[in-house]
Write a protein that binds this ligand. Sequence first.
Ligand code: NAD
Length: 480
Amino acid sequence: MIHCRLLIDGQSVAASDAGIYEVFSPANGEIVGQAAAATIDDVNRAVAGAKKAFAAWSKETAWDRETILRKATAHVRSKAAEIGRLMALEQGKPLNQSVGEVSSSCDMIDYYAAEGVRIEGTINPTEKSGYHSWVTYQPVGVCVAISPWNYPVALLAWKLGPALAAGCTMVVKPSPVTPLCATAFGEALIEGGIPAGVIQVVTGPGPELGDMLVKHPDVKKVAMTGSSAVGKRLLESCAPQLKKVTLELGGHCPAIVCADADLDLAAQVIAYKGFRNGGQSCSSVNRVYAHRSVHDGLVSKLRGHAQRMTLGDGITDPSVDNGPMATAEARARVEAHVADALAHGATLICGGTRPGGDIFAKGNYYLPTILTGVTPEMRMMREETFGPVVPVAAFDDPDDAVNLANSTPWGLVSYLFTRDLATTFRASEALESGTICVNHGAVNTPYGPYEGWGDSGYGLELSRKSIFEYLKTKHIKLAL
Ligand code: NAD
C-alpha cells in the first residue's frame, strides 16, 4: 500500500488531524494507496510556507532559477518510471504512456526555465525630455495550481514551469483521484534541488480544499484545469479579491473532414484523438462532420482503428493502447450518452459496451465506440462525453459544417482535414476556437499558446506568453 503525505515547507507531513482517504485502482477496484486529507490548518501552513519561500525565490536571478529547475527535472527524469507507475496505478493510463507523460512534463518545465531568462522589459521614448520610462515585470507571489485527473502530471507542469521560472512559488492541489503521482512529482522536484517552500502539495477532497486555497488572502493567482462548471465557480470565489486567474476548461472539439481530405490520415488522427487515454482528454475529438462523399469511407477506416486498439491493465501489460477509464462515474456518463444517442436514432458502428472477459470484469473498461446518424439534440453532441466515443455526422456544404462546429458554447480545439489551401484559410478563420489543427492532432506544444474560447477557458497556458500570466507589469516613469 502506498502512503502519500502532504509536502509543506520542504517536508513530507501528515494532515494536521491525521486524516487520510483511500485511492482506488480503476483496473480492479482495489485500494492502491492512501493520501493525506489536508485541513484548513494545512492550507494555512502551505500558503505560509510558499509566502516565506517567495521572498528568496523571487530574488534569485532568472539564470540561477534556470539552473536549479534544470537540475531538478534531470532528477525527476531518473524517477520517471516510479512516478509513471503511480499514475498508471491510480489513473489507469498504460505504463508506457504514463512514464512518457512524466518525461514530457520535465521537458515542459525546461522550456520555461529557458524562457525565464528572456522576460524582457522595454525602455520607451517619452513625450518630454527629462522623462525616462521603462516597463518591467515582477512575479505575482504565491500561486495555486489545481489540476484534473486525466493528465495529472503534465497539467501541473504547464503551471509549475511558467510560475517557477517567473519567480513565483506554488501550492499544488491535484485531483483527489490522482494524488499519488502528483505528490511524487512534487517530491522528486524538491529532492532534485527546488528549495523548501517553493513547491507545496496538498491533497484531499476537491471542492472543500480547492475552495479554501483559492480564497486564501495570501494567494495571488490561481491556475486551474478542469470542467467548465467548476471553473466558473472558482472564478466567482476569486472575484471578491480580484485575483489573477487562468482557467483551462472543458472542450467539445469538432473535426471537419472535407471531400478532398487524406482519409487515411484523418481516420488515424481522429481515432488517436478520440480514443487515446480513453477519450479522457480536453482536446479529444467529440464530434466528426464528414463530407457526405467520404462519410462511409471514413467510418470504415475509423472502425478499423477502433477494432485494432488493445485494452488492458497497463501495469501488467505496459504497451496496451488503452487502460480502464479513471473512475466508475466517468464510464457511467459514457454509457448514458451512448444510450441517449441510440434512443434518439443514432446507429452503432462498433463498441457501445463494456468488453467481455474476466480480465475486464472488475475495471472501468469501455470499448472504443463509433456512432453515425447523430443529431445536434443528442447529449453527446452538446455535452462533453469525456470517453472513447466518436460520433460522426454527414454534411454537404462546408459552410454548414463550420456552423455546426461552432454551435456549442465551447471553443478549445477544432480539427480540419483538407488538401485545399483556400478551404484551410477560410475555415481556420471562421472556426470559433483558440486552437485549429489542420491535418494533424499534435495539439499541445510548448511554443503554441493554448487558449480556450467561450466556456473552454479564461486566459491561456503554454507558450512564452503564459509566463506573463504569473507576472505583474510595472511602468516606472522618472522625471530627472
Ligand atoms: P473537475 O472540474 O471536476 O476538477 C478539476 C479540479 O478542480 C480538481 O482538482 C478538483 O478537485 C478541483 N475542484 C473541484 N471543485 C472545486 C472548487 N469548488 N474550488 C476549487 N477547486 C475545485 O474536473 P476533472 O473531472 O478532474 O477533469 C475533467 C475536466 O477537465 C474535463 O471537463 C476536461 O475537459 C477538463 N480538462 C481541460 C483541459 C484544458 O487544458 N482545457 C485539460 C484537461 C482536462
